[in-house]
Design a protein around this ligand. Structure first.
Ligand code: FE2
Length: 238
C-alpha cells in the first residue's frame, strides 16, 4: 500500500472514530462544498442532571459557552481559508491558536454531554464488564482510578479538564489533565471521559468549591457511553 493511501485510511478511521465518540456528526454540509461545525443538541433536558448539575448552569454552558467554541472554530478555519486564498499568512499564528483552542472546546464539550446521563437513569454507579476490567488492570482498582481522576480534576490550574484517555498504541487507559481545552495531553491519546472544571461548569451552584462539584459529578457519569468510546478506539492503528 502506498504511503499516501495508508495515510488517507488512517485519517479516515480517526475521523470516523472521533465522530462516533461525540455522537452527532461534527460536520454539516453547508451546500457549497465547505463544511462548518454545528452545536450538537443535548441528549437530555437542561434539568435532567439535577440535583448534581443545575439546569441554569447546563443551559448557559451548552447554549453560550459551547456555542462560542463552535463559532470560534468556524471563524478560525474561515480565516485560515481566506489566508490561503490571499496567500497572506501574517496572522497564521493567531488563527492557528484560535483553531486549537476552540476546536478543543468543541470536541471536549461534545464528548462531555454524551458521557453524562440523568442520575439513576444511566448516570452514576460504577462501570462493569470490560471497562471495569480495563480500569482495574491499568489503575489497580476502581477506587484508585477515581481518586487519581478526582485529584487531577481538583488540581487543574485555572480552567481545564481532567481526562481519561485511551492510548491505542498499547491499549492503555491513562489519566491526564488539560489546561484550557487543549494543553497538557500528548499526541496519540483520545479522551473517553472528561470532567470540565472551568468555573462556568459549576460556579452558579458550587461557587468556588470545585471539589464538591467534582464529587457530585460522579453521580451523573454515563459509564455505558465511556465503554462505547473505548470500544470505538480499539483497533485504530496509530
Ligand atoms: Fe465548559
Amino acid at each position: 500500500m502506498s504511503t499516501s493511501r495508508r495515510e488517507f485510511l488512517l485519517a479516515s478511521s480517526s475521523l470516523i472514530t472521533a465522530s462516533s465518540i461525540i455522537g452527532a456528526p461534527i460536520f454539516a454540509q453547508t451546500g457549497n462544498g465547505s463544511q462548518e461545525h454545528k452545536l450538537p443538541e443535548l441528549p437530555y433536558a437542561y434539568d435532567a442532571l439535577e440535583p448534581y448539575i443545575d439546569a441554569r448552569t447546563m443551559e448557559l454552558h451548552h447554549s453560550k459557552h459551547h456555542a462560542a467554541y463552535v463559532k470560534g472554530l468556524n471563524t478560525a478555519e474561515k480565516a485560515l481559508e481566506e489566508a490561503r486564498a490571499k496567500n497572506d499568512f501574517a496572522l497564521v499564528q493567531h488563527w492557528s491558536k484560535q483553531a486549537a483552542f476552540h476546536g478543543g472546546g468543541h470536541f471536549l464539550h461534545s464528548m462531555f454531554w454524551k458521557i453524562m446521563a440523568p442520575p439513576n437513569n444511566g448516570g452514576g454507579g460504577k462501570p462493569s464488564g470490560e471497562l471495569l476490567e480495563l480500569i482495574e488492570r491499568d489503575f489497580g482498582s476502581f477506587d484508585a482510578f477515581q481518586n487519581h481522576f478526582t485529584a487531577a480534576a481538583n488540581a487543574v490550574e485555572g480552567g481545564g479538564w481532567a481526562l481519561l484517555h485511551y492510548r491505542p498504541a498499547d491499549g492503555k487507559l491513562i489519566v491526564l489533565q488539560a489546561e484550557n481545552q487543549h494543553k497538557l495531553s500528548p499526541w496519540g491519546v483520545f479522551p473517553v471521559l472528561g470532567v470540565d472544571v472551568w468555573e462556568h461548569a459549576y460556579y452558579l451552584k458550587y461557587q468556588n468549591n470545585r471539589g464538591e462539584y467534582v464529587k457530585a459529578w460522579w453521580n451523573v457519569v454515563n459509564w455505558e457511553q465511556v465503554e462505547k468510546n473505548v470500544k470505538a478506539l480499539k483497533g485504530v492503528a496509530l
